[in-house]
Design a protein around this ligand. Structure first.
Ligand code: ADP
Ligand code: MG
Length: 650
């Protein structure tokens, strides 16, 4: 006689219930050969199902050895046991245990998906099996659309999908009417004739009579065994179809696709819950993306403003630094300093400035304006364009000319309509000055746009208007291409030599630019950090809902494990679901942020939100990361479930 296919040697199964552990199986030894049909009978609670679960590698014995086709199972990892289930066993349960949201054909294919069978082969085989079982017109029906007998035939087809060398049927007729029950027994006998080994649990002796061998159990022990009848050895034995499982990327892709579809089903069947879970992610991602976009927009705006002013401009002011209260009393920047600076070869142009506010009068109109005494180079240094007329000449500056350049605002205020201001005479307090030019409107970064400004040669301002012998500041423009920092250093050294001490300070637009850049980056980072906290809160929401999802679908996990899903398959399914929730949340968040950017200009016009590709990419990777990290724990919980326990849960 050949070696037994299944061999139990003093197998015990002890359940740790209460104070006294319960011995459901008590040192059972049993040999089952390929192609046998065995019925196990016995009263309820005698340990039949426990024995079946151990035979099918769903459960592990507490003591004893179990060999499947000569291979010891005790040392096998969960995934190796799953492989045995997948390739050698086919389960038929009393309550069918089909996946309710999948149609008959898909239910039948699940063992093959986990075995890595190609899609075409899978489809062909599931159709062939279902057709053989008389269900060819029920392929697309869900279990709820099938009768009990039909559902049980679907589960038989599933058991045969990967070969079904051993069919384990636990009370297969228990939930069927007598006619369907008889059909089921006829089917099992036919399978037996085709060479499948069948182990059948029943409490009905009429059903048991169909088997060649009857084993009777009581209180976890075998009390009677009718013994093995001779098996016709010429009968063709069905072997496992998938003992050579494919490990190609195609097989992996098939399993991943299955996981994706399941995640899709799960999300679609709880739409509102999924949406609410996503909300945290949506808001978090929208906040991060919007804040970063705003920060980018603000930064870009400021940089372009400063650039339009010129990045190679250095201002020299009296005092020790910004906000020095004694600065106004320091009379240190003299015309001679200005002349000396102008001689330096790294200075393109320079202009002093001293300012005061005056009453501007033209005919019967009087306005208050700011007057600045400057040199002819001022307009070049500050980047002013002329709209009308001209700027003053070197000669006019030297001759203390009473000539004034006004800005566009002042022109509009004093000369409404189409009157050209050039050539008109204004009174600055009581000093009459002729308007020689009007500047074009200019975006100033921080200036108040509706202030009125006018410029006078600094010589005239010093002696005719203000009566002051020193400047409030000197502004120089560094030669293009000359290093700003070196220029700032050089002119500082020059002025220190002239003054004997450092009674002034410099400020370069380049430095301001760097400072502002740094400040806005810091702000963006800070607000983004707050938004990230909201993302973490969202992630906790995802984790919460995934834990609920796992406990709701424990039964499904049990079924999948019974037909051969690996721990990694279960883990992948739930991880994909978590990542999918977060990715969709992320995409909706980006969309929301885009909506914000459409509405935003209605309220703020000076800044536009700037979406950069890296902010989108980091939002997407952020959501994926959240999905993986917060989905990990629930997914691992699912993967580590005990198959028998999971199956028994409703
Ligand atoms: P049968 O299928 O023959 O009716 P079972 O194999 O299901 O019996 O159960 C055998 C005994 O083991 C029963 O008394 C049952 O109460 C007990 N049992 C089964 N599963 C568990 C479990 N998970 N924990 C504790 N006791 C269990
Ligand atoms: Mg039972």
């Amino acid at each position: 006689m050949s070696a037994p296919l299944l061999e139990l040697d003093r197998i015990s199964r002890i359940y740790p219930t209460g104070d006294v552990p319960f011995r459901a199986l008590d040192a059972i030894s049993l040999k089952i050969h390929a192609g046998e049909m065995v019925a196990i009978i016995g009263p309820s609670g005698s340990g039949k199902s426990t024995l079946m679960n151990i035979l099918g590698c769903l459960d592990t014995p507490s003591a004893g050895d179990y060999h499947v086709a000569g291979q010891a199972t005790a040392a096998l990892e969960p995934d190796a046991l799953a492989r045995l289930r997948r390739n050698h066993f086919g389960f038929i349960f009393q309550r069918y245990h089909l996946l309710p949201h999948l149609d008959a054909a898909h239910n039948v294919q699940i063992p093959a998906i986990y075995a890595g069978t190609s899609t075409a082969v899978r489809h062909a085989r599931s159709h062939e099996l279902l057709t053989r079982l008389g269900l060819q017109d029920r392929l697309r029906h869900r279990p709820s659309q099938l009768s009990g007998g039909q559902q049980q035939r679907v589960s038989v087809a599933r058991a045969l999908m990967n070969g079904g060398q051993v069919i384990l049927a636990d009370e297969p007729t228990g939930a069927l009417d007598s006619k369907s029950g008889e059909e089921m027994m006829a089917l099992l006998k036919e399978l037996h004739h085709n060479g499948h080994a069948i182990v059948l649990v029943t409490h009905d002796s009429k059903v048991a009579a169909h088997a060649d061998r009857i084993i009777e159990m009581c209180d976890g022990k075998i009390v009677a065994d009718s013994g093995q009848r001779a098996v016709e050895t010429d009968k063709q034995q069905p072997s496992a179809i998938n003992t050579q499982e494919s490990h190609t990327w195609r097989a992996l892709a098939g399993r991943t696709l299955e996981a994706l579809r399941m995640a899709g089903f799960a999300m679609a069947s709880h739409r509102l819950r999924t949406l609410l879970t996503m909300l945290g992610i949506i808001i978090g991602i929208a906040a991060v993306v919007s804040v970063v976009a705003l920060g980018q927009g603000a930064q870009k705006k400021i940089i372009s403003d400063i650039n339009s002013m010129g990045t190679n401009i250095i201002s020299i002011m009296p005092g020790k630094g910004w906000g020095d209260s004694r600065a106004s009393a320091i009379e240190t920047l003299m015309p001679a300093d200005f002349e000396a600076l102008r001689q330096e070869d790294y200075i393109d142009s320079a202009s002093p400035s001293l300012s005061t506010s005056v009453l501007l009068r033209y005919r019967n109109l009087t306005v208050s304006a700011s007057i600045t005494g400057v040199s002819q180079d001022y307009f070049r240094v500050r980047g002013y364009e002329m709209a009308q007329g001209r700027i003053f000449t070197d000669t006019e500056v030297r001759q203390l000319a009473q000539a004034v350049v006004i800005d566009a605002n002042t022109a509009d205020t004093l000369f409404p309509g189409d009157i050209s201001p050039v050539g008109k005479v204004l009174l600055l307090n009581s000093l009459p000055c002729r308007i020689i030019g009007v500047t074009a409107e200019k975006d100033t970064p921080f200036g108040i746009r509706d202030s009125l400004n006018a410029w006078l040669p600094y010589t005239s301002a010093m002696s005719r208007l203000i009566g002051q012998r020193y400047f409030n500041s000197i502004t120089v423009r560094v030669v293009d291409g000359y290093d700003n920092d070196t220029a700032e250093n050089n002119l500082t050294q020059l002025l220190i030599r002239r003054h004997g001490s450092k009674d002034f300070y410099t400020s370069s637009s380049d430095t301001i630019l760097k400072t502002i850049n740094k400040a806005t980056s810091t702000m963006t980072l800070l607000i983004a950090a707050i938004a990230v906290i909201s993302l973490i809160v969202g992630g906790i929401g995802v984790m919460n809902i995934m834990l609920v999802s796992v406990s709701e679908r424990t039964h499904e996990i049990g079924i999948r494990m019974a037909v051969g899903a690996r721990q990694s398959d279960i883990m992948q399914q739930f991880l994909i679901e978590a990542v999918l929730v977060c990715l969709m949340g992320g995409a909706l968040g980006i969309g929301l942020s885009y909506l914000v950017s459409l509405v935003f200009p209605l309220f703020v016009t000076s800044i536009t939100m700037q979406f950069t590709s890296w902010s989108i990419i980091s939002a997407v990777s952020c959501s994926t990361l959240i999905g993986v990290s917060f989905g990990f724990l629930p997914a691992r919980n699912a993967a580590r479930l005990n198959p028998v326990e999971a199956l028994s849960r409703d």
